[in-house]
Write a protein that binds this ligand. Sequence first.
Ligand code: ADP
Ligand code: MG
Length: 716
Amino acid sequence: MLTLDTPVELVPKIGQNYQKRLKKLGIHTIEDLLLYIPSRYEDFSDVVDISKVKVGYSFCVKGKILEVKHTRTYRKWMDIVEIVIEDDSGSIRAVWFNQPYLAKTFKEDDFVCLAGKISLGKEGLYFNNPVHERLDELTESHSMTHTGRIVPIYPETRGLTSRWLRYIIKPLLVDFYNKFPEILPKEVLKKYKLLEAKKALWQVHFPDSFESADAAKAKFSFEELLLLQLAILKEKFKLIQKKAVSCPMDSELMKKFTKSLPFQLTDSQKQCSFQILMDLEKEIPMSRLLEGDVGSGKTVVATMSALNVVKKGHQVVFMAPTEILANQHYKTIKDLLSNFNVSVGLLTGKEAIIFRKEEFKTKRQTLLEDLKNGQIDVLVGTHALIQKGIEFKSLVFVVVDEQHRFGVEQRSKLIKSKGSIPHLLSMTATPIPRTLALTIYGDLDLSIIKEMPKNRKPIKTIIVEPIQRNDAYNFIRKEVKGGKGVFVICPRIEIKQPNEDELNHSTSVQQYNKIKSKIFSDVKAVKEEYEILSKDVFPDLKVAMLHGKMKPKEKEQIMLDFKNGDADILISTSVIEVGIDVPRATVMMIEGAERFGLSQLHQFRGRVGRSDIQSYCFLFTTSPDQLNRKRLKALVASNNGFELAQKDLEIRGPGQLYGTSQWGIGDIAMQGLGNIFLVEKTQQVAKEILKEDPELKNHPLLRERVDKFSEKIHLE
Ligand code: ADP
Ligand code: MG
């Protein structure tokens, strides 16, 4: 028997290819399918007499098929299926391109419903590629799926059509209508006038009206945000039951440290350091998020606090998301602390290094022993390595870079003594507006580095039109001859074959050609770009490439070559490491710039301009689209990540901005986060529920979902 937890593999009618595509969308079970919420709807609810249709508008009509015709044009791959239908008021033609199988779908004397735009051809008015649905003579409109009603359109379906999703989801809705559980308490439903779960589920997929679709979405928005708030509050609750070691601030030492730096700290850096040092004085475990634009100098802030902890006789660990970054942090920290008699260790998959007055390689085992005996003050490594049961003598402070969440549980695991956990500083360059950050990271305090170091020259950002390509290349050659490094970012790895599905469903010759050309010429693929740049454009320069399909070792070597100047130009997909510091790089060139979000473009741009030398960002685009132009112009106009995040929020909405995968929060919750009233309401409700029932013992279903949710956001 099918249950909500049944994996999609076991659902009838879902073949292997479809299973794969569903999984790409994060849909693993029937429950996931049912909770795959449409992004919008098409209104085909008004069925009109055929005689009423007019050219240029969309209509929905019902009628009997008089004729079915299948022809091919001189172009081999163009198939045309035509039918004529009639009702009491008249008759009309409908035409489909490149969907030959439709010839078999339609039979004379069958009843169909058609919905779509009316065109005018030589033979009069006709439906151009309409949506179609076969009907029994007696089919009632409420039981229709693709026409004759408000029809759901699903978001980003990667090879799955909305039609297919409706075909799969609708029977499941029927089966599970009475089995779909309500996780919200009755009083909450009543107080906030929310639809009951099963009703909301039906109405969100197949709404009776746009009002009930809105009501259904409101219910799911509320639910997701409530889960988020509950997860955060539970985490906070766990935290206040724990203790941490207090490390009073040594002002003299901090003064000495700032004096030892080759630069002056910015006001923001000082302020953030102070906030962190104040937290470290407490016995309450610190949970602080340090937000600062790329290149704003977060590492030195973290290192300063680390020094304070070390000199109180305790240990610090720095976790980086990748080995390259771990290496980079290690070097920075060891240099910054070189005058303070601190021992720093680096542990990666392939090496163990200790710096104690001088640097030496050692065995992994030796390093671990030293760590246990307290002979290493600061350990740097990747998240993955350090969470694998490493023992410290007295770990008091954890710094994590570019991993947004690090739960109380994860912290507890790092030290043996029960009831005590290390202080936590989490660093990120993701520019999250303050209000949003406070909701999503409600269990973290926030420090923001607002300004850039003074020595920085603003990066010159230029939109490059196709005809200016050669000028840009000449400029790049000049920079390289002067010893500079150049990044080139491409949107995809290799040129993709056109997606059959997409082609088959193209509605016209023009669209077909558009899809083809998009896939064949527009996408500047890394490999192809590498060929062109290394052979044709810059045969005299050292060109290298980097992409996600390479082995980690290969990637690392290439990054090092680029850092050291053994490669001049580095072509890469968007996998280019966040946070990588290559001061000699002065040009960031981005192909197909319109394909990236503003925040992501800003991140790429942050890879250059990391010293006092003038840097440049070239945005290559062939898109005339106004919205795209607007976004790129915003990037030219502003060098401030927070401002750009705000702009992206206005132009594209919150879901697009941060990428749902990054936070593990669904689209619908992201949309809800834009609504401050809803945020406050759900926070209030979460507090009330937990006050009565902190363990959610009386709400087992709710608890189960909160646990799932917490896991999702912590695993990021
Ligand atoms: P991010 O915040 O992106 O992690 P980093 O900590 O890597 O930035 O710092 C970027 C570069 O800026 C480093 O080379 C660092 O030494 C330098 N830096 C940090 N603070 C200052 C400052 N106040 N003045 C000048 N340079 C600074
Ligand atoms: Mg960094």
